[in-house]
Design a protein around this ligand. Structure first.
Ligand SMILES: Cc1cc2nc3c(=O)[nH]c(=O)nc-3n(C[C@H](O)[C@H](O)[C@H](O)COP(=O)(O)OP(=O)(O)OC[C@H]3O[C@@H](n4cnc5c(N)ncnc54)[C@H](O)[C@@H]3O)c2cc1C
Length: 426
């Protein structure tokens, strides 16, 4: 039996685990906290702009389950907001249990509250991963899906301090990177001013703390765009944001609020005194991060070098996924890279040629573009996403962006890769 270990249970790790299980492997997924989904527990936006195309391509490629689950858990569909069209918003308060049940149906062993702190390596190969209790787990190939969020030291050094976010580092211990333990070269993203990391770009307000009419309207339409009084505008924060797709003036001049189960406000942080000057927000309080009035988590520290097949440079049986694999942002981006990493981990054990997604597909073009651009000057100052910024522009120029499901189906069929992620390789 092919044995694959996935370290990190965010969207990318869940996608890697599913892809490896579908390819025929026995899969064990390690997550240091008590819940799956990582930063996806406070996200929710998908299918906006080019993410729609990427989700549909993935479904035809056979990596369908997580997107279908997000669709099932959507509170709103087809929502437009500044710079973004046809977004869906999944319910962050309910989806995690659904993901757990899905992984169980595929026979994946999920070890929560199990932080992998080290590896055993022999020559160019990892032989085992080791958890905090010293338990050794030998497997055949490994996926590092540990993300780039935290630990606290990075939030202190490169941000405004620990904002008490969903990563809960003081309780569950710092993020640990397998790639770093295996001596893979890692790099840091940079802010516009050249300092390291990027600050997460949204906060969640407890909906019950909003005025009943604002809350009702938000739940009815899914989105509110509230013009900010001049004293509260937030131009200076645009350059610090992790999500360059939201670094638009409309997000500095208005409070953009989305109903993801919480009231998600599209700003890295906002002084609660200022927030409460906004009509309907007079009693507002933060749900995530708890110190959202002062700061947010720092991400994009420790991005591993890997190829377009997601294999980590210099280690034969280690693959990277999600934010770990490039300065990419988003659940969709995590699932796309995670699916490929999990699938190729199985190919690695079976000594098969690795799958590289072609540039005729948005998902393939995206992976190679992000890997190439991050090596160029200024490339680590950018974040790459299907939903905006440089990559969405490229998608449009190359004619890769479409919401036409039959065109997407045809495109994948022409690549000869329909249902590739659903094939059992063993
Ligand atoms: C506040 C916020 C809002 C966001 N909103 C959106 C949104 O609306 N839409 C969108 O598309 N994207 C959003 N994003 C970005 C998106 O969540 C991420 O880019 C994407 O989900 C990253 O997934 P990942 O699996 O690569 O990493 P992560 O989500 O960071 O997951 C990594 C996981 O690995 C675990 N881990 C780390 N080290 C270890 C170890 N040694 N052993 C075991 N486990 C370990 C961590 O606990 C974590 O659960 C948001 C991000 C934040 C922070």
């Amino acid at each position: 039996m092919v044995k694959i270990a996935v370290v990190g249970g965010g969207w990318s790790g869940c996608a890697a685990a599913l892809a490896a299980a579908k390819a025929g492997a026995e899969v064990i997924l390690f997550e240091r906290t008590d819940m799956l989904l990582g930063t996806g527990l406070v996200g929710g936006i998908f299918r906006n702009n080019g993410r729609y195309t990427a989700a549909e391509e993935s479904i035809v490629l056979g990596a369908n389950e997580l997107f279908e689950l997000m669709d099932t858990y959507s509170r709103h569909r087809g929502v437009d907001f500044p710079g973004h069209r046809h977004a869906s918003l999944y319910d962050v308060t309910r989806i995690e249990a659904g993901v757990r049940a899905l992984l169980a149906r595929y026979g994946i062993t999920v070890k929560l509250r199990t932080r992998i702190r080290d590896i055993e390596k022999y020559g160019g190969e990892i032989r085992a991963v080791i958890d905090d209790e010293g338990v050794v787990y030998p497997c055949d190939a490994y996926v590092d899906a540990s993300g780039t969020a935290g630990p606290m030291g990075n939030c202190l050094r490169y941000g405004n301090g620990c904002a008490m976010c969903i990563m809960r580092c003081p309780s569950f211990g710092p993020r640990v990177s397998m790639a770093e333990r295996a001596n893979v070269v890692e790099r840091n993203s940079e802010k516009a001013d050249g300092s390291f990391g990027a600050m997460s770009g949204s906060c969640k307000i407890k909906k019950d703390s909003l005025s009943p009419d604002v809350c009702e309207e938000l739940e009815r339409v899914g989105i509110l765009v509230i013009p900010l009084p001049p004293a509260v505008r937030q131009q200076a924060k645009l350059g610090k944001k992790a999500c360059s797709q939201y670094a638009l003036n409309a997000f500095a001049d208005n409070l953009v609020v989305l109903d993801t189960g919480h009231a998600k406000i599209m700003t890295p942080y906002m002084d609660i005194k200022l927030l409460r000057q906004i009509e309907g927000f007079e009693k507002a309080r933060y749900e995530d991060p708890y110190a959202g009035g002062y700061g947010n988590s720092i991400r994009y520290i420790g991005i591993a070098s890997c190829g377009d097949d997601m294999r980590a440079e210099g280690v034969q049986n280690l693959f990277c996924a999600g934010e770990k694999s490039a300065p990419i942002v988003g659940h969709t981006e995590a699932i796309v890279t995670g699916s490929l990493a999990g699938h190729n981990a199985v190919r690695c054990v079976l000594d098969m040629t690795y799958l590289v997604l072609p540039a005729t597909l948005a998902v393939g073009d995206f992976i190679s573009f992000a890997h190439r651009r991050m090596e160029e000057e200024g490339g680590m100052k950018m974040r790459y996403t299907f939903s905006g910024s440089v990559y969405f522009e490229r998608m449009k120029q190359k004619g890769l962006y479409t919401t036409d499901a039959s065109a997407i189906c045809k495109r994948v069929e022409e690549s000869g890769l329909s249902q590739i992620f659903a094939r059992c390789l063993v």
